[in-house]
Design a protein around this ligand. Sequence first.
Ligand code: 3HC
Ligand code: NAI
Length: 713
Amino acid sequence: MNELVSLHLEDQVAVVTISNPPVNALSPGVPEGLQRSIAEAAADPAALAIVVIGAGRTFIAGADIREFGKVVSGEKPRRSLLPLLLEIEDCAKPVIMAIHGTAFGGGLEVAMAGHYRVIAPSAQVGQPEVKLGIIPGAAGTQRLPRLAGVAKAVEMCAFGEPVGAREALALGIADAVIDGDLLAGAIAFAREAAGRPHPKTRERQQKLRDADPALFDRARQQAAKTRRGQLAPLAAIDAVESATRLPFDAGCAREAELFDRCLYSTQSKALIHAFFAERGVSKIPGIPKDTPVFEIRRAAVIGAGTMGGGITMNYANAGIPVIVKETSQEALDRGMAIIRKNYASSVKKGKLLQAAMDQRLSLITPQLTYDGFDQADIIAEAVFEGMALKKQVFAEIDAIARPGCILASNTSYLDIDEIASATHRPEMVVGHHYFSPANVMRLLEIVRGKATGNAVLATSMALAKKLNKIGVLAGNARGFIGNRMLTPYLREAQFLVEEGASVEDVNQALYDFGMAMGPLAMSDLAGLDVGWRIRKEFKHLEKPGVRVPLVADRLCEMGRFGQKTGRGWSRYDENRQPSPDPETAALIEQGAREAGIERRAITPEEIVDRCLFALVNEGAHVLGEGIALRAADIDVVYLNGYAFPAWRGGPMFYADTVGLKTVLARMEEFRLRASKFGSGDDLWSPAPLLQRLAETGGTFTNFDRQKEVAAGV
Ligand code: 3HC
Ligand code: NAI
């Protein structure tokens, strides 16, 4: 025993308690403590049976994910949990696993080695390892099919979704659901089980025999579709399949082989990076965890357009009453109709109960006036993008809002400080930049103006969580983090079509890389008019002589705004299915001819590298200038706001995996090529941070700006 695992006797039952906050991960010391406690309890004549339970909020949430990196780097040997689990299963006294919170990954694997599992009604069990790019590594793929059946085991191991307590009971993963005190229930269960022969999961065969052999191929096809490009889901299916073909020990050996293959893959490093990156974003240097936050009880939204409608839904979904204001009844009705349609579609798909829809709608007050705005704790502005209008709106709300009310703008590109200057309370002004559709996308960029108060930022972070978003702090630069980086990415996509690639080539290359859609398809989805309006707003900042894309403005002048008008870079049918548009192709060729661009064949590799390294280079500027706190924050922005493939870890992590020296060398090739158009230096000069890290063998992931600032670098 050690301080991580304790043992006491209660009612002739040995109670083994794991206490490794916050989530009782199987960190070094925990498996050892478990082993010693079980052995001691087994040897104690006063103990009839053994209950294993987690202290605090959960049972065991899995292996300690921080340890994987140490194993892969060779710093630590890989320790298998299998011998411990066999010892538990072979214990002469019945071992009852008492589950609350989550029994995930190694946690469920420990639980399945017990003879019985009792579970609290709110608990969940699952094998989410695939989300980290690995598979269960302690016989999860062998014991779960024996308990839950092969089909369910494939589903849980390959797709990673957990099941709740009632389903776990129905499946045979759990033996009883305990309402009320879990430990008392577990002890009562243990006393009854004592003296009876107790089942070993690994000896169960019945559910393995019932398996439909075709289910594995069906699962592989599903994984190819919904987990495109990922290794782990396929490995998990292979591992469960071997449970049906091999004896338990050989199945475990096969699982271990597949586990190692996944663990040492770049994909798992990337997904583990993404796991910690998402949990790191809310930690803001200089804003301690206990910074007081404002309570958000009532909200108001200005503008019921594309974004305002989604933002309104976010508040209603979180149970916060919200007023939404428009300038005309027509716009208000249109906005509310879309909100209703969105909710109704969730009800139709079975994702929302009708009563919940009605309740959420009842929290929304649509109106044309500022009535009630003086009661709001936050006012979120989502009117058209234009500085004059934003300033006018902020001056109006400044006159109405109560002291302590947060004033948030959803601007995509505009200067938060200038917007704040229209108020007498710049410390209360902040950017809350949602991503479209705002009620779906999880990213929220929280933009810090020069006067924004710490309490406003801390509240914004807490609010993001409440709205089920991931809040990422961004500095006040044009386009903040995400959109600023997107500009050169989209620029290269357009240059590539001018130089000889087709629209389809560009989209396909980035889709094959793993993006949810190609850059030009994304522009068509977002609406080409959005960028057009922004280009007009910032026209005065364009540097003369620097190459700019030729065709996007022309498409907009022709009224081709993308999917919403049926034509943009591509043509769209009534189901929004794209097809190549010869008119676009002709326009591109004509533009290239007029600009004297010689068209040539372009490889998918060049397409990917040019688009991504342009993105990464801008990311290096963003990081070097302190607009993002950490490279990982940029990755979180791209994973959650732009559907960058999580198994690549995000753009900055991806660049690290390519190697910054390689990135730099490739950029130099592109600089030389772009020099033909007179813009090599302007478009492809490496960001100083990228240059420095490449020269010193550093990585974005390990770059710590705070440390450098503190050291006066
Ligand atoms: N290892 C190490 N740290 C972990 C961890 C784990 N398995 N699970 C969570 N943590 C840490 C988080 O990083 C976070 O740390 P922080 O406070 O310093 O940021 C803290 O615990 C709390 O986590 P969350 O913020 O995520 O808390 P939530 O309450 O929102 O969620 C959870 C809890 C559902 C358990 C969620 O953390 C989770 O899904 N964890 C991962 C579970 C998992 O993937 N388990 C499988 C691991 S791999 C494995 O077991 C291999 C085996 O087969 C051998
Ligand atoms: P939109 O055109 O769909 O909606 C704007 C709405 O604001 C219109 O319904 C308009 O009637 C209303 N409005 C204008 N002035 C108003 C006023 N004084 N009071 C009340 N309502 C007023 O525009 P969208 O796309 O929703 O954009 C809104 C803001 O969100 C812009 O700043 C935009 O840059 C930003 N944004 C847009 C994203 C997108 O993908 N569309 C993504 C992220 C941010």
